[in-house]
Design a protein around this ligand. Structure first.
Ligand SMILES: Cc1cc2nc3c(=O)[nH]c(=O)nc-3n(C[C@H](O)[C@H](O)[C@H](O)COP(=O)(O)OP(=O)(O)OC[C@H]3O[C@@H](n4cnc5c(N)ncnc54)[C@H](O)[C@@H]3O)c2cc1C
Length: 471
């Protein structure tokens, strides 16, 4: 550690005491996230670890216990020009908690006071588990519009900075579509300021990898709670399954918290559940328990059947939960069946999603396995330049499975180049640079927000290439 770094750590210790750890094992432990899901990112991170050593130049892990301590940390970091990597539970998959320029890792899990109901919203410190906000909302007969599938372990601040969708996205879109009522964010300056960002003003901090502002508190909208039941559908063809998913998404009377069609080749990955579904393509669902019969009739109209699996509970479920087989969690099940797989977030043409799927299947065949769901996100449609009028069911979205991606070096690149050539949209989850993500055509508002909240460019350096740094 250099003399300057020793000074910085001593200053941190003086105000936070044993909430500052310089133990190398403890540091190495917090530098890992779920980026092993991407062969591209895990190779980059392994290479950096070999070059920079297991702690990658990080001096300390700091765990403030409240917003006041957070202000003290940012003041010290700004004075010593010490880079900060905020970290919640480390469940994001973009190599986001592996710093490029050392500094400190800021463990936000100490910021976890109680959740408070505030009218139709729920408020909590940024390090609170997202499931805790849902639990609080449910005490008032309400629920979160979007519930990340890692709700039992991930922090709400980490989800807003690193994630983007969750259970409920079929009805309520993504994090940019009105779920966030307000954020409190602490600036990284010698005299830090707490900014209160209402609604759209919070947007530059969403899914921008903790590089724009340090979130200290989150207020999320809630909606009336429903009694959800988990169910699985079986259909003669994948086209039938997709048509059913589209019809369900288009019908405003039918409520769902997850509905996703799976190609036949994917179904065995879901173990016991696949046996209930039977042969053929399947649909994994969380449905309103009072509407099971209506959804069954809709499935029958598309040649399919549905079977109830179990009631969904926020806590422990008796059987493996379908809520942990959809969205991000689906990757874990798929990896068990296809250990060589990688994933890509693709978005199809709302006017004719099956056309894009046919193109992909023609080119990649069984090397690419497709799911199909809808995300009702006006923000994402705009960001991708798609016509909202065509998107009556929402944005057709898929996390496709690329088989053999760990043996064949460039299989992810090959898929993304094919998408570029054929006008298929995607979000690139194999990069952690905001400009390369695919959802941010105009980074100017993000750059402006970072200049205001992080004028010395200390937050997660390397994530925003266009960042302007005050000397
Ligand atoms: C199995 C699995 C399933 C998943 N399912 C989903 C899903 O359904 N939907 C989805 O969107 N994502 C999903 N993810 C990704 C991830 O779980 C979520 O984004 C998660 O909510 C991140 O929370 P975290 O506390 O783990 O954040 P971390 O991984 O610790 O951090 C994520 C990012 O946020 C930054 N950050 C953390 N806290 C703050 C703060 N207070 N202020 C500013 N920046 C901060 C970090 O620097 C980092 O860039 C999944 C991941 C896995 C492994």
């Amino acid at each position: 550690m250099s003399a300057a770094d020793l000074d910085a750590v001593a200053d941190l210790r003086a105000v936070l005491g044993d909430a500052v750890s310089v133990d190398r094992t403890a540091i190495a432990r917090v530098l890992k996230d779920a980026s092993w899901l991407s062969p591209v990112l895990s190779e980059q991170i392994d290479r950096r670890a070999q070059e920079a050593g297991p702690v990658m130049g990080v001096e300390a892990v700091v765990r403030p216990r409240d917003e006041q301590e957070l202000l003290q940390v940012t003041a010290i970091a700004a004075r010593h020009r010490l880079p900060i990597t905020p970290r919640g539970a480390g469940t994001s998959g973009f190599g986001l908690v592996t710093p490029e320029r050392g500094g400190i890792v800021l463990d936000t899990r100490g910021l976890n006071g109680t959740c408070e109901l505030e009218g139709d919203a729920v408020r909590a410190s940024a390090g609170t588990l997202q499931g805790a906000l849902e639990r609080t909302a449910r005490t008032a007969g309400r629920e979160l519009p979007l519930l990340v599938t890692t709700y039992a372990s991930a922090t709400v601040g980490g989800w807003l900075a690193g994630g983007h969708v969750g259970l409920g996205s079929g009805a309520h879109g993504a994090i940019w579509d009105g779920s966030v009522v307000r954020l409190r964010a602490v600036s990284v300056e010698q005299q830090p300021v707490v900014h209160t960002l209402e609604g759209a003003a919070a947007e530059p901090l969403l899914h921008t990898f903790g590089a724009v502002g340090l979130i200290s508190e989150v207020t999320l909208r809630t909606v009336p709670a429903r009694r959800w039941v988990e169910a699985v559908g079986s259909f003669p063809t994948f086209a039938d399954a997709c048509a059913f998913v589209a019809a369900l998404a288009r019908d405003p009377r039918l409520h769902e918290r997850a509905v996703t069609a799976q190609e036949e080749g994917l179904m065995p990955a879901f173990g016991e559940l696949a046996q209930l579904a039977g042969a053929g393509p399947g649909v994994l669902m969380l449905l309103d328990a009072d509407q099971l019969a209506d959804v069954g009739a809709l499935a029958a109209a598309h040649g399919g059947t549905i079977a109830e699996w179990q009631p969904w509970r926020l806590g422990r479920n008796e059987r493996p939960s379908i809520a942990a087989m959809v969205y991000g969690h689906r990757m874990l099940w798929v990896m068990r069946a296809f250990r060589d797989a990688a994933f890509a977030h693709l978005y199809f043409d709302p006017a004719d999603p099956l056309w894009d799927i046919a193109l992909l299947k023609e080119r990649f065949g069984e090397r690419l396995l497709v799911e199909m769901k809808y995300i009702r996100s006006p923000w994402m449609l705009r960001a991708l330049g798609l016509d909202a009028a065509e998107a009556k069911a929402g944005l057709p979205a898929s996390v496709v499975v690329i088989r053999g991606a760990r043996e064949h070096e460039d299989r992810v690149g090959e898929l993304l180049r094919f998408c570029d050539a054929h006008g298929i949209h995607y979000q690139n989850s194999h990069t952690n640079v905001i400009e390369d993500n695919g959802l941010f055509a105009d980074v100017a508002p993000i750059v402006r927000a970072k200049a205001r909240l992080d004028p010395h460019g200390l937050l997660n350096p390397g994530r925003l290439r266009s960042a302007e740094v005050r000397p």
